[in-house]
Design a protein around this ligand. Structure first.
Ligand code: CAA
Length: 272
């Protein structure tokens, strides 16, 4: 999702420095952005010259110190609370006193991440949806510590990307995943119970409710590790079995079947 957020930011005119953990990841991020922009050029939605100037506004770096002059930093690491806290603590030591730090976490309460910094008033949640260039929503999550200036700057930033902003409370799952994840978990439980096929469950929601993807396809698209992580965070927060990861989801994650990104989840994918 990080490359998608970087792409839409550069498209909107910002200078962007994408931070990655190593050179291979940085090359892969650049390749993802180039492929996305090239697809837009091929479809006649973007001029070649605009594609080149968007890429000219983007740098790919493996040194967090390169973020020092940034006004706005959006973190989009794996859904691991300790990892996110350590990234925010590191950023805290690098960025200037006016920089706003945002997390793209899909479920972890922002307060816990903000508390890892010395400037919790400048920390917000900005939750994007996948694929970022296509999905028009951003959830804005403020905490009891977020300053009004941080909130209005973050709202304006997301708006400048052409996204509709909705405001969520700092509770696990925010708005969308609080509704979406139990639905997806319900589909996995139905599949696990063994009556309908995966195709019938998905066709049911595609054709019967006009969803662009069925729930098992969507779970594979989101990533089954991410799905399980969100379910675990919701269960931990609300202590309601309704949110618990179904055994089948847990077993698939343990087996490394994570959906599209590994080539196998509820369906099989060609990873070329
Ligand atoms: N980057 C940029 N553009 C993309 C893209 C990508 N990764 N993937 C698709 N597109 C564009 C295509 O270029 C195409 O554009 P045009 O119509 O202008 O030509 C359009 O999206 C449709 O794409 P396709 O024709 O290739 O495929 P499709 O019609 O099957 O749509 C889809 C693909 C947009 C992914 C659609 O299936 C969809 O909307 N699925 C549901 C996605 C969803 O629910 N996302 C939210 C997941 S939850 C989440 O992200 C948050 C979380 O915390 C878990």
């Amino acid at each position: 999702m990080g490359s998608g957020i970087a792409e839409v930011s550069a498209r909107a005119g910002s200078s962007v420095i994408v931070h990655e953990i190593d050179a291979d990841a940085a090359d892969a991020a650049r390749a993802r952005v180039e492929a996305s922009l090239d697809r837009a050029v091929d479809k006649g939605k973007l001029e070649q010259a605009d594609r080149d100037s968007i890429l000219g506004r983007m740098e790919f770096s493996i040194d967090l110190a390169d973020q020092a002059d940034r006004q706005f930093v959006i973190e989009a690491a794996t859904e691991d609370e300790d990892l996110k806290k350590s990234i925010f603590a590191d950023l805290d030591a690098v960025v200037g006193s006016d920089t706003i730090l945002a997390s793209n976490t899909s479920s972890i309460p922002i307060t816990r991440i903000a508390a890892a910094t010395s400037m919790p008033e400048r920390v917000v949640g900005l939750h994007f949806f996948n694929p970022v260039p296509v999905m028009n929503l951003v959830e804005l999550i403020t905490t009891v510590m977020t300053s009004p200036e941080t909130e209005s700057t973050a709202r304006a930033y997301a708006g400048s990307l052409g996204k509709t902003v909705i405001q969520a409370r700092d509770r696990a799952g925010f708005i969308v995943n609080m509704l979406l994840v139990p639905y997806l978990i319900g589909a996995i439980r139905m599949y696990e119970a063994g009556v309908p096929t995966r195709e019938d469950i998905d066709a049911g929601m595609r054709l019967g409710a006009n969803h662009p993807m069925g729930p098992l396809e969507l779970a594979d698209f989101v990533g089954l590790d991410t799905m399980k992580h969100i379910a675990d965070v919701l269960f931990e927060e609300y202590k309601d079995p309704f949110y618990a990861s179904p055994p089948l989801l847990t077993r698939m994650v343990e087996a490394g079947l994570l959906g599209r990104k590994t080539g196998q989840g509820f369906y099989e994918y060609d990873r070329r």
